[in-house]
Design a protein around this ligand. Structure first.
Ligand code: ADP
Ligand code: MG
Length: 310
């Protein structure tokens, strides 16, 4: 019930990008600067990513399309907000973004295509990059618009992805502000800044990285179908089917529920107050006293049952 109350007061909604505003189902749209066959590069990437539950990893495994033999892969490490490293067929493979390449001191070739770029390095040598693209959820723009109508003052998007990808998603969804290239800990500090500016802040996310932010925000909302177990565990509210239009709906339900709760509190206290005063003056009989107690209770329960409708 406390989360329902918080939900009814939400003023700022912060979204994670991948898997929350977007479907998190990437299609491979290109393979560039690869010395080896594209298929081979994708194979290395998919094998290195075989243990991660990140939407990017799942998409690369799907694009590869063949069964993955996990015995070929060892020493898998996920570097959150950056990518993965693993040893595939005895070769050290890195798959991730610019930051991962910079971290491991590998010179990489930038890319002008729109989308998320996964650079691959094999045995410390740059091996090319895979461009993958994600699509915005069809209901996202409408859900953001409805949140505005419900009096949400600010909508914000946080992502670890590049600036231009973030900006494209911001325009398409109509979110007020977008912050890109954030590490998981940067997302926490962004949310803390927003908590300082205004209450009440809700964060909507799906990933393992999002767990700290989900617990830090006044209200954490996770995606139930796509979301990682860590995110679902850390969240206060779970959208079971990942549909963003459930969000304005949840806020409406919470407002209506709070209205009914307040009606009941005022009604019960008022009747009891009046009967108390009248009884002090010797003006009530036993039946009125019974009504003030059990009668009011039954009416309040009947009123509360309205929450079951709609
Ligand atoms: P978002 O904020 O969009 O949910 P994350 O914080 O999970 O994204 O990741 C940020 C960036 O880090 C991704 O856009 C990608 O470039 C890189 N990245 C994260 N995890 C992986 C992975 N498993 N494989 C490749 N790249 C990854
Ligand atoms: Mg994410």
């Amino acid at each position: 019930s406390n989360y329902l109350e918080t939900l009814s007061q939400v003023k700022t909604v912060v979204f994670d990008k991948t898997g929350t505003l977007t479907q998190g189902v990437f299609e491979v749209s290109g393979v560039h600067h690869s010395e080896m066959e594209n298929e081979k590069l994708l194979e290395y990437a998919a094998l290195a990513e075989c243990a991660s539950s990140h939407p990017i990893s799942k998409s690369l495994q799907r694009a590869y399309g063949k069964a993955i033999d996990r015995d070929r892969v060892r020493d898998i490490q996920e570097i959150s907000g950056k990518g993965v490293s693993a040893v595939v067929d005895g070769h050290a493979v890195l798959a991730g973004n610019d930051k991962l390449m910079a971290l491991r001191g590998i010179p990489f070739i930038g890319c002008h295509s729109v989308g998320t770029i996964i650079h691959i390095a094999i045995d410390g040598q740059y091996a090319g990059h895979i461009v993958i693209s994600d699509v915005v959820k069809p209901e996202a723009a409408e859900a953001i618009r409805q949140l505005k109508t419900l009096g949400v003052k600010k909508t914000v998007m946080l992502t670890g992805d590049k600036k231009d990808t973030a900006e494209a998603v911001r325009r398409e969804t109509g979110v007020d502000e977008a912050y890109s290239q954030l590490m998981p800990q940067d997302k926490v500090s962004r949310v803390e800044d927003l908590l300082g500016e205004e209450h009440t802040v809700a964060f909507v996310g799906d990933g393992i990285n999002d767990a700290p932010v989900l617990s830090r925000a006044d209200l954490g909302i996770a995606m139930g179908a796509m979301g990682s177990d860590a995110a679902i565990e850390a969240a206060d509210v779970v959208l079971m089917d990942d549909h963003l239009d459930r969000l304005p709906k949840a806020i409406s339900i919470s407002r209506r529920t709070m209205r009914i709760v307040h009606e009941n509190i005022i009604f019960s206290l008022a009747v009891k107050g009046i009967v108390l005063v009248l009884s002090a003056l010797g003006l009530v009989n036993m039946w009125i006293a019974v009504f003030a107690d059990v009668g009011v209770l039954i009416l309040a329960v009947l009123n509360a049952m309205r929450t079951l409708r709609g």
